[in-house]
Design a protein around this ligand. Structure first.
Ligand code: PLP
Length: 475
């Protein structure tokens, strides 16, 4: 058994990783009730950790009543820690599966889904999609008869490469682009390839919740960097880069999810310099760049990168065609070759049909008109949300783009019971704590104005405000 066995842990501390690993084995009944666990020495050798680390893990097992000590002869399995199978997830599977907190919320059926930062499907040019599908079958009659390459369709990579060069002045070749099934896959691949247990990862606070889940699964030691409407505290970032030697900084600097903030251009340039100076990769996740309500946002970090320290993840699923689930990763060949290897272990490339449909739709004039209309429709929905909330004492910064309002509720609202009460009222939202690597920020919520239509927004918000008021201790 190797030390990597611990990498599935949720914890940053090694003894907690050992604790979780042993607890999983107890729950899978590798050792039965009242059976003696292997000695500290044996486990330390097996897991390639110090004996003191195993000792601390045993202490925690004892403290949590999973084991007991008998006659100083060793540690024995406490029968109560073998939960009946019905009361927990499948004991074998659950040892390897990791939670996505956000997807659990998305699975709740509700009329007013403020938790979904997707666009209302009615805002897409649905009627015209069949034209593009037909065109693709006419142009490539054998499209269903073959795979794409793992890296992605050459024609699409060439087209997107030229697009990035002309729009954002990227230095890029098609070989430095990969097509993935959404940027969630891209985050996962990047984390698998680059992050090993206990590597330091800088991450914004708050941030996109599934990214926290992915880096946690890798066993990363996450250090939060506050994001504000003015960006980051760059002195703090530099100090941390110098002292902690992070492997990467995962950021979502343009109409950030969940806050809507955008990091200013000067900071982008400076951060790219810092990344090169301290050899810390920047993983720039950019899924909402086109959804601006005023000025266009500053250029991506990738535009400033000459030394190869930025990995640029760009999703097109959110507002072009969510059903096609197309995103790209742009990075230098030294990283790309590992990403391709990692992707080939999970699939043989994003579906070719999706890539071809996307190619013909994305570069059409209709798509550009669609984007212009979408920006107007979403700006109206943001205004409706802000108008409905204007009579409350909730606090937020009006977002200049994106899909969400990041709202601070009064401290007198008992947040622990709020989501449950809202679900009873058929309302969902994203609790701030799951967007926080420290699991605090619990008086914040993310509510999206993009998914519900105008009437549903008004009705749902009135219901949300009523529900919060009923719970508020000061009302
Ligand atoms: C910041 C961020 N990254 C990644 C994703 C996932 O995007 P995709 O749907 O392309 O997987 C989202 C979706 O909400 C997001 O907001």
């Amino acid at each position: 058994m190797k030390r990597e066995a611990l990498s599935n842990s949720h914890s940053d501390k090694l003894f907690e990783q050992v604790y979780e690993f042993l607890l999983d084995r107890i729950r899978r009944e590798e050792w039965r009730a009242h059976e003696k666990l292997p000695s500290i020495r044996t486990l330390a050798l097996e897991l390639k950790v110090h004996r003191l680390t195993v000792f601390k893990a045993f202490q925690l097992l004892k403290q949590n009543r999973h084991v007991y000590v008998k006659d100083k002869s060793g540690y024995y399995v406490q029968p109560s820690s073998l939960l009946p199978v019905e009361s927990m997830d499948d004991p074998i599977v659950s040892a390897y599966v990791h939670k996505s907190h956000l997807s659990e919320i998305h699975q709740v059926q509700a009329t007013y889904q403020f938790s979904k930062a997707l666009i209302d499907p009615n805002l897409l040019p649905n009627l015209y999609f069949s034209e593009y599908v037909k065109k693709v079958f006419d142009l490539y009659p054998k499209v269903l008869g073959t795979y794409s390459t793992t890296q992605g369709d050459q024609e699409l990579r060439e087209a997107l490469c030229s697009y990035y060069i002309s729009r954002y002045h990227f230095h890029l070749s098609p070989d430095e682009l990969m097509i993935t099934s959404g940027s969630q896959e891209a985050i996962d691949l990047v984390a698998r390839v680059l992050v090993k247990p206990r590597d330091v990862v800088l991450i914004e606070r708050p941030t996109y919740s599934p990214a926290i889940d992915v880096f946690r699964r890798q066993g990363a030691n996450m250090i939060p960097i506050e994001i504000t409407p003015h960006g980051y505290d760059l002195e703090q970032v530099e100090r941390l880069m110098q002292k902690e030697k992070p492997r990467l900084f995962y950021l979502n600097p343009t109409f950030h999810n969940p806050t809507g903030y955008t990091v200013p251009a000067e900071q982008r340039k400076r951060l790219v310099e810092l990344a090169a100076k301290y050899q810390c990769l920047i993983v720039e996740d950019d899924p909402c760049r086109d959804i601006y309500f005023g000025d266009e946002p500053p250029l991506p970090f990738f535009s400033y990168d000459t030394a190869g320290y930025v990995i640029y993840l760009r999703s097109f699923s959110k507002y072009i065609a969510p059903g096609l689930s197309i995103a790209t990763v742009a990075c230098r060949p030294s990283i790309m070759k590992y990403l391709i290897q990692a992707k080939s272990l999970s699939d043989s490339g994003a579906p070719l049909l999706n890539q071809k449909i996307f190619l013909h739709y994305f570069f059409s004039e209709r798509m550009q008109q669609h984007l212009a209309k979408l920006r107007i429709a979403l700006a109206i929905r943001r205004e409706i949300m802000e108008e409905e909330l204007s009579m409350t004492d909730w606090e937020w910064t009006s977002p200049p783009g994106g899909f969400n309002l990041w709202v601070k509720l009064p401290d007198s609202v008992p947040i622990e019971s709020l989501l449950g009460k809202c679900i009873e009222q058929s309302i969902t939202f994203v609790p701030g704590a799951i967007c926080d690597p420290l699991r605090e920020l619990s008086s914040w919520i993310r509510i999206s104005y993009s998914y519900l239509n105008e009437q549903q927004l008004r009705d749902g918000l009135q219901r949300l405000v009523r529900t919060v008021r009923l719970l508020d201790r000061k009302e």
